[in-house]
Each structure stands twice: as C-alpha cells, then as structure tokens.
Design a protein around this ligand. Structure first.
Ligand code: SF4
Length: 324
C-alpha cells in the first residue's frame, strides 16, 4: 500500500431506520485501496457489502438510510461532505459502479452505442460525433464490433449486455470501479469470459477495482487483496495469497470449509451453523459468537478489535489478540 491510498474509508457507520428500530448496516468500517489495485469484498447476503458501495457513491437513500459517522476519502476529498452537484461529476466519471443486476441498467429504447456515448458526453466536453466515435472504440475494446454497436439491448445475449455495461462503466476511464456481483446472473462459461475481460481492461486502464462477491473462487481469480465482511464489519483482511494460505478468523475458515473441493472426495460440505444475525437485533460482543465453535465467555460481551500483523494480515478475533 502507498502512503496515500486512492480510497480510504475510516470509521464508517451507516444506519437504516425501520419499523423495528434502527438497523446498524455498517459499523466502524475501515478499508483502503490503492491506485490500480483490486480488492475483493466477500460476505454473505446482508453483510453490508452493497451498503458500503452505495456509501462510496453517496447513493444511500436518506431516509431511511444515513451515514452516521466516519469519512470516505477519495483522492483526498471526503465524499461524505461533497455536494450532490459535485458527486454527479464523480459518479460515472472518476468512480463507476456496475450494479448487481446489470441487465436492468441498460435503457431498452436506446441503441448501445448511444448509451456509451451519452456517458462520455456527460463527463467530457466533446461533440456528439466525437462521443460516438469514442463509444464505438470502447465497444470494440469490450468485444462488440461496429456492425453491432447500433443495436438495442434486447438484441444481445446476457454476456454481451454485460460487456456493454462494462463499456459504459469504463467509458470515462474511472480511477475506481466498484463491481457488485457483476457475473452472478451469467452462466459459468460466460462468467469466466467476462471476468477475464474485466481483468484485462482494469490492467489496460490501470483502474482500481472493488469486486463485491460471495464467491471466493472469483476473488482468487481476480483480486490482489481480500476483505471478509460479517454483520457490517471487516473481520479479516490480507493479500489474497496470505488469506487463502492461512485464513485465521473462524468465519473465514467456515467460508473456506464450505467450498466444494474437487480434489478431495467429501461426503458433505461443512456448513457454518446458524444464520447471520438479525440486523435489528445484533448480538452483544463479537457478532459471530452465536455461530462460532471457538467462542469464549468474553466473546458474548466484548467486540474484538482489529489486530494487524507485521505481514499486513488483519484479523478481528480474540484468538488472534483483538483485545477490546
Ligand atoms: Fe469466535 Fe470469539 Fe473470535 Fe468472535 S472473537 S470469532 S466469537 S473466537
């Protein structure tokens, strides 16, 4: 990591008001990403991954959601204090996001080349002709040839639509791309092709990327570093190499134990017992303690603090230090 990361999230807390009271979606959240780096953000549904992404984009609907503390520094600028007018320039310009359901992100009544050109024209002072010229070049980069660029989204397959979405996201050469489960809706072969394309493009454009996923296989393929999220907190973070070689947090170990391993013939996969906590009724202490087979008495009363080892491997668990 360099001294000044591209994005640095410190102490972020996000709350939602519900009929059952306030929900802590994210608490004491820290994360940093360097220029050109790819970080995998892994966790189960409801862990707060998408809330984190929407916080960076300043797209948390208020009400019911609200950033209640912390800062999100992007190129040194605190996005939590940035005006909506300035955020509109940053979104799609310097920070782009691919949402969970890309198939519905496209405009069904506009040819795809015009959709890419629209994004280019929005963030650059260029003529319509120049925007369209750049759009055609970008579509070609993602594998859509000029003879198909004037077609409408319904004329494309799922994988090709995803390529259009990637072209729109990268059209303005953003410094940071946030991809929220970008291949979940695709079949496995197409998924692999799209991931390869994203990897190649982020290298070509030197884009930093946050890859949000529940799939540790995708992280192994694409990410330099990985952060494991549980109940709104990062519980473990390390380089992909370190974390895969030596997962330390009991939750991370549980995630790895539940991956099918083709080389080992196992009767059944180990499944983490229990369910993630109800966000309106978070347990006291370590949020993982009701499911943790290593839990001690203090785990149900105190929250373990993150401990960073010399090699940069961070774990928030009393078994690894983590004294409150
Ligand atoms: Fe388990 Fe305690 Fe570690 Fe939490 S702090 S993961 S409950 S051992």
């Amino acid at each position: 990591m360099s001294d000044t990361p591209l994005l640095s999230i410190r102490d972020l807390s996000v709350r939602y008001s519900t009929d059952n009271g306030a929900v802590k979606a994210i608490s004491d959240f820290h994360l940093a990403i360097d220029k050109g780096e790819t970080l995998g953000l892994v966790g189960e549904t409801g862990a707060g991954k998408t809330t984190m992404a929407l916080s960076v984009m300043q797209l948390i609907a208020d009400p019911p959601g609200r950033i209640t503390g912390g800062e999100i520094l992007f190129e040194g600028q605190d996005l939590t204090k940035t005006s909506e007018a300035d955020m509109r320039k940053i979104r799609g310009g310097k920070i782009a996001m691919i949402f969970q359901d890309p198939m519905t992100s496209l405009n069904p009544i506009l040819p795809v080349d015009e959709q890419v050109a629209e994004m280019i024209a929005l963030h650059n002072k260029v003529s319509k002709e120049e925007a369209l010229k750049r759009a055609l070049a970008m579509l070609e980069t993602v594998g859509i040839q000029p003879d198909r660029a004037g077609e409408y989204p319904h004329q494309f397959s799922g994988g090709m639509k995803q390529r259009v979405i990637i072209a729109i996201a990268l059209a303005c050469n953003p410094a940071l791309l946030i991809a929220d489960e970008p291949t979940t809706a695709l079949d496995v072969t197409i998924q692999a092709q799209v991931l390869e394309l994203m990897k190649a493009l982020k290298k070509k454009f030197d884009t930093a990327m946050i890859m949000i996923t529940h799939d540790l296989g995708i992280v192994a393929e694409t990410c330099d570093r990985v952060a494991i999220m549980y109940a709104g907190r990062i519980v473990e973070e390390a380089t992909t190499e370190l974390l895969y070689a030596n997962p330390k947090h009991p939750y991370t170990k549980g995630l790895f134990a539940s991956i099918p391993n083709v080389e080992e013939e196992r009767e059944s996969l180990a499944v983490i017992p229990g369910l993630p906590p109800d966000p309106t009724d978070m347990p006291k202490g370590c949020p993982f303690h009701p499911r943790c087979d290593k839990a001690m008495a203090r785990c149900s009363t105190e929250i373990p603090q993150p401990v960073v080892r010399e090699d940069g491997h961070m774990v928030a668990c009393f078994l690894e230090g983590g004294d409150a």
